[in-house]
Design a protein around this ligand. Structure first.
Ligand code: PRX
Length: 660
């Protein structure tokens, strides 16, 4: 049975532990239903109440939801607020100046901590330094840093002065970084000399220099460099400055820039079904409101918790559940620089023990790789560690297969911690469909039910509702505060991608397929319905990889598909036609390696195909369309049983059947 089939017939149920339910923010399904009902009865009024209760407003909003320019929805627009004030100053005013905000553990194991007051001072001085450089409200700042307190400081400082940040994951290449700098029109880049991962120093600043040398970044006037390792990096006079010099001598008071709730807090690039990544634009007020509410509802965060989300700040999970959500709720959290397998595969468990982590949130890929590691090396098995501090576990980024769920439940959660399998996306800003740990009976492999206020549904190709038990297209029927506001600079693409006319123009199209259980109405996500792959929880567009392959001078044509993979969820398989003769044997192996490295250079190591096969051509219809569904079958190593009558060149299938 495939993982997906198994998910659909899964019938084990795990009720919330009584002790957990008793203390939880949401303690029962009745309470959940009442919250949903409140939205049904008074949608705007309920959101307004939550926004007033949870956020600090310098000037209260008078309008809740503005639908006049739908699908360009606006929330709380005439309210003035500031994300950094809500995340830091407000907690200090509430007596938490001395509370630990961040426990940072470096790759090599060194631990440092900052209190809310210290975080405030670092953010304020850096924000003042940015202002002194002339960076102001509305400017865009790209952040290309690894996991660090300084990374969070950089994001918070931008938010404080109203500059819109765009964080680029440190694993992206110079070219990917340059494309994002150009697209977002950044005036400054904040980076680090090097980043440390698994004992290796990676040259962030050098890659940043390469990116800027590619040209087109004329708007960019400042490169600010966090000295992480002290490694030797060239600094360009006039343009490059050390982060500590920018902050040095600056006052610890920095009045926040009070911005409209609709002011773009950040733009985060993600892959779509065309070649060019999309700059997902998020708001300030609505975004932060949902980051807070989901911290409270899904993670049940309380004062005494030690929260650890392992995601990098380069992804949306690291935005909502590292840089903003935990701080906005006054939580204590872990920020980890390294990788789960260094110095050994017990690192996560050792850190949970060391820091007494109570809420742990990670990706199924990490869980699967650590299961494998602990099977082969008993020394890093979780039972070697004291994990008793844990009270709640979370999963994000891709479907979690029931075996991995059960292992997580048993070995990490000691059969007492609920697991929240959170379905959401870069575009949604925060969790959408997820269990509530004190209320929802859990079924392994199902993200269960939508959060209150989220009108998720499953429809057919024309937007008509599907009955439970029948798969279809996942949509959201009403706007919500943390939804994507626009694709940076491309409103037409925003409308077409997320509110397509075929579905009537008002339904938010998630891009995933889903099915609801006939009895429980629980959702199971069945995977993307577009040309987007999910590799180790990272979103990759097949077209993006194809364009990078054909940009290589020896490549004539390329088609990229996904193949199910036990470890990474999906693996990238590329079918390539060279301009010259089709290579075989060792030559094919060598060219495949070169092309993999090429993609690594063009996009980043995460986009490297796992496998490349060469053909004289690709399977095409008579009109020249590549038949990807056949390639998917070949990539899996299965026999083609589908109709191939529209195929122009059936002989090609034989050639592409086998790995090189
Ligand atoms: O396909 C879904 C999958 O990840 C996609 C979103 O990717 P991204 O924007 O990079 O955000 C990842 C972190 C939120 C979705 O369209 N996905 C995410 N969470 C789950 C999931 N699939 C199944 N179950 C999940 N819990």
């Amino acid at each position: 049975m495939s993982g997906m089939e198994q998910m659909l017939v899964e019938n084990r149920v795990f009720n919330p532990p009584k002790a957990f339910a008793k203390q939880a923010a949401i303690t029962s399904m009745d309470q959940y239903k009442a919250m949903c009902k409140a939205f049904d009865k008074d949608f705007n009024g309920t959101w307004a109440r939550l926004a007033k209760e949870n956020l600090f407003w310098k000037k209260p909003f008078t309008k809740v939801l503005d639908e006049s320019k739908a699908p360009f929805y606006k929330w709380f627009e005439d309210g003035l607020t500031n994300a950094s004030y809500n995340c830091i100053d407000r907690n200090i005013k509430n007596g938490m100046a001395k509370k630990t905000a961040i426990i940072f553990e470096a790759d090599g194991g060194e631990v440092s901590k900052v209190t809310y007051q210290e975080l405030h001072d670092r953010v304020a001085t850096f924000a003042n330094g940015l202002k002194k450089l002339g960076i102001k409200k509305g400017d865009r700042v790209v952040i290309y840093m690894s996991m660090s307190i300084e990374g969070v400081v950089a994001m918070q400082a931008c938010a404080r002065i109203g500059a819109t940040h765009s964080v680029v994951f440190g694993g992206f290449s110079a070219k990917s970084l340059q494309e994002r700098i150009v697209d977002v029109g950044a005036v400054a880049l904040i980076t680090a000399d090097q980043q440390l991962r698994g004992g290796k120093a990676l040259p962030l600043k050098t890659i940043a220099d390469e990116a800027l040398d590619l040209g087109g970044c004329e708007k960019l006037k400042h490169v600010i460099v966090y000295k992480r390792t002290g490694g030797d990096v060239p600094m360009k006079a006039g343009r490059d400055k050390w982060m500590h010099d920018v902050s040095a001598g600056q006052p610890k008071v920095c009045e926040p820039e009070w911005v409209s709730a609709e002011h773009p807090l950040f733009v985060l690039y993600t892959s779509g079904s065309t070649g060019k990544p999309k700059g997902v634009q998020h708001s300030t007020g609505g975004y932060l409101l949902w980051a807070m509410l989901t911290m409270k509802w899904t993670f049940d965060l309380r004062d005494s918790d030690v929260f650890w989300c392992t995601a990098d700040i380069g992804w949306i999970t690291g935005h909502s559940y590292v840089a903003y959500g935990p701080l906005a709720c006054g939580g204590t959290q872990i920020v980890f620089e390294g990788v789960p397998t260094y110095p050994n595969a017990g690192r996560f468990w050792e850190m949970i023990q060391r820091h007494k982590v109570s809420i742990f949130y990670t990706a199924p890929t990490a869980i699967r790789s650590l299961i494998k590691a602990s099977d082969t090396d008993p020394a890093v098995h979780p039972k070697k560690y004291n994990l008793k501090s844990l009270r709640l576990l979370g999963s994000v980024g891709e479907p979690i297969n029931p075996e991995a769920w059960m292992w997580y439940h048993k070995n990490i959660g000691g059969e007492k911690c609920p697991i929240v399998d959170t379905f959401w996306q870069t575009e949604t800003g925060g969790h959408m469909i997820t269990p509530l740990p004190g209320a929802t009976p859990l079924v392994p492999g199902s993200c269960t039910l939508p959060l209150p206020g989220i009108m998720a549904a499953i429809v057919d190709e024309t937007g008509g509702d599907m009955p439970n038990g029948q798969g279809g297209i996942l949509v959201v029927k009403r706007p919500w505060p943390s939804m994507i506001r626009n694709i940076w600079g491309d409103p037409e693409r925003f409308k077409k991608s997320y509110f397509p006319e075929e579905l009537g123009g008002t339904l938010y199209l998630a891009g995933d397929g889903a099915i609801r259980n006939k009895k429980t109405a629980y959702f199971t996500i069945t995977g993307r319905i577009d040309d987007v792959l999910n590799v180790s929880g990272h979103r990759m567009g097949t077209m993006e990889i194809e364009s990078s392959l054909v940009a290589n001078p020896i490549v004539a044509e390329a088609a990229v598909v996904g193949r199910p993979d036990d470890m990474t969820g999906e693996a990238i398989v590329a079918f390539v036609v060279l301009k010259g003769k089709r290579p075989t044997g060792d030559e094919a192996k060598k060219i495949a390696t070169d092309l993999r490295n090429w993609v690594g250079k063009e996009i980043g190591p995460i986009a490297k195909p796992k496998e490349i096969r060469f053909g004289d051509n690709l399977p095409k219809t008579r009109s020249g369309k590549i038949m990807r569904r056949l390639l998917r079958v070949l990539a899996k190593g299965e026999e083609i049983t589908q109709d191939t009558s529209t195929l122009e060149n059936p002989a090609i299938l034989e050639q592409l059947k086998h790995a090189i």
